[in-house]
Write a protein that binds this ligand. Structure first.
Ligand SMILES: Cc1cc2nc3c(=O)[nH]c(=O)nc-3n(C[C@H](O)[C@H](O)[C@H](O)COP(=O)(O)OP(=O)(O)OC[C@H]3O[C@@H](n4cnc5c(N)ncnc54)[C@H](O)[C@@H]3O)c2cc1C
Length: 414
């Protein structure tokens, strides 16, 4: 079959890889000059099954309410007259009761864990290198309140099959000596040994290169303009470089997927949630952490990519606004300096922002839509790196009409 993959990010490229393995004639279309130039460019780098508990949790309504009155914290929401934002937030709040959140956590973990196994298969096959570590992640807590809530969520994941180790602050320092100086200010942590880190952009670019070597065709600098639909089937995709006919189309356009699809009556609740990252050259390698992790009170993620420290934080609801200012990094820089005061020169930080393609329940969306040959692989929110490879394989399975390896309840478009 001739298959078009719309979007060359963490969702699109692994899908192209598995579709090509199935023997399809695959073309990837993206408006950027290279793979992973948008949300997949400088994310937190965490392969974090331990973060499978969704944002829509019993604690979320309180955090949201507080964020309306304070704009210095990790979650920021600018009250604005955007009906899509309010509709999304309403649906998000409906997913917050404990029973629903626990169910979504198990669904997300299922995909995240599967994806780690699939990633090993991809790496073994392609031999790509991307500063990958698989020594685990540390989730650390500064306050008892935060640790209690964090542990409650981790126990749900543990029950769903994730191995975890609850650790004291002394054990945190033992596992990660770089955190020794602040250990006395931590109440404890959770170590997830099956987690890891890796440079998502490098992985995506390298995998795209491997795909090209195996015959996948790439149309970069090409804007997707619309779909030509006839008798409930997409005949072709209109682009800035002409009309491209296809037998199957995969929509993997991140936060922009919903904008394209709603024109054809395919309504998905994928909304952009902006996040920020700083990438800072390490000046004292002897002080660098060897594990990645999360400072959960500050919602600050950290990981080492070669000789750089990557830090990410903030969930901000500002629509598709991609502007950034030094001020947006004030909170994150303070939190980073508290964790690693002398490790890097923070004045040298490369600043970046990206739009997480978020769904209210935190579950990505797969599968055929009401338009027969139009498939989804989008809505991965805060875990798109962790879920990338599994999502690609599932997409190829669904296009081929095969049953995916994992239970797909909660993950299929309806
Ligand atoms: C600050 C931050 C930190 C994060 N940290 C982590 C983490 O530590 N671990 C983790 O698992 N996940 C993390 N994520 C989430 C992860 O990065 C995303 O889920 C993932 O990058 C989404 O990939 P995607 O392919 O769906 O979207 P994208 O990477 O945005 O890809 C979509 C592609 O579609 C293209 N496109 C869009 N519209 C059009 C059009 N009209 N025509 C042509 N092309 C188009 C874009 O150019 C883009 O290349 C983080 C996200 C952010 C923002």
């Amino acid at each position: 079959m001739k298959v078009l993959v719309l979007g060359a990010g963490l969702a699109g490229i692994p899908a192209a890889y598995y579709l090509a393995r199935d023997g399809h004639e695959v073309t990837v279309i993206d408006r950027q000059p290279e793979a992973a130039m948008e949300t997949s460019f400088a994310n937190g780098s965490l392969l974090c099954q331990g973060h499978s508990y969704p944002w829509a949790s019993p604690a979320a309504p309180g955090i949201l309410a507080k964020s309306l009155f304070r704009n210095d914290q990790a979650l920021r929401i600018a009250p604005r007259l955007d009906p899509r934002l309010w509709s999304w937030l309403f649906k998000f709040l409906c997913e917050c009761p404990r029973a629903r959140a626990n169910q979504h956590a198990a669904t997300r973990l299922r995909l995240a864990s599967y994806s780690q196994a699939v990633m090993r298969e991809v790496v073994q096959d392609t031999r790509i290198e991307f500063f990958h570590t698989d020594k685990g992640l540390l989730y650390v807590y500064r306050t008892q309140h935060c640790m209690d809530e964090g542990l409650r969520q981790m126990r749900v994941l543990e029950q769903a099959g994730l191995p975890i180790e609850v650790v004291s602050s002394a054990r945190v320092a033992q596992l990660e000596p770089a955190l020794k100086p602040i250990a006395s200010r931590l109440v404890g942590g959770v170590f997830v040994p099956s987690d890891g880190t890796g440079d998502a952009r490098l992985f995506t670019v390298e995998l795209a290169r491997a795909c090209a070597a195996r015959g996948v065709n790439f149309m970069y600098n090409t804007q997707v303009l619309g779909l030509d639909i006839e008798r409930n089937e997409v005949r072709a995709v209109s682009t800035s470089k002409g009309v491209i006919a296809a037998d199957a189309i995969i929509v993997a356009m991140g936060a922009y997927s919903s904008i394209l699809l709603r024109r054809y009556g395919v309504n998905i609740d994928v909304f952009p949630v902006k996040g920020y990252s700083m990438t800072v050259p390490i000046r004292r390698p002897e002080e660098a952490p060897t594990l990645g992790g999360l400072d959960e009170d500050n919602l600050l993620a950290f990981s080492v990519l070669g000789n750089r420290l990557r830090l990410t934080a903030t969930a901000e609801f500002t629509g598709y606004d991609m502007r950034l200012s030094r001020d947006d990094f004030r909170y994150m820089t303070q939190a980073a300096k508290d964790l690693f005061p002398t490790l890097c020169d923070y004045t040298q930080a490369e600043l970046w922002c990206g739009l997480r393609p978020a769904t209210p329940d935190g579950n990505p969306l797969f599968g055929p839509t009401q338009i027969r040959n139009l498939f989804l692989n989008t809505g991965h929110g805060s875990q798109g790196w962790t879920m990338a490879c599994g999502s690609g394989k599932i997409t190829a399975d669904l296009v081929a009409g095969r049953t995916p390896d994992i239970d797909m309840s909660g993950l299929l478009y309806q």
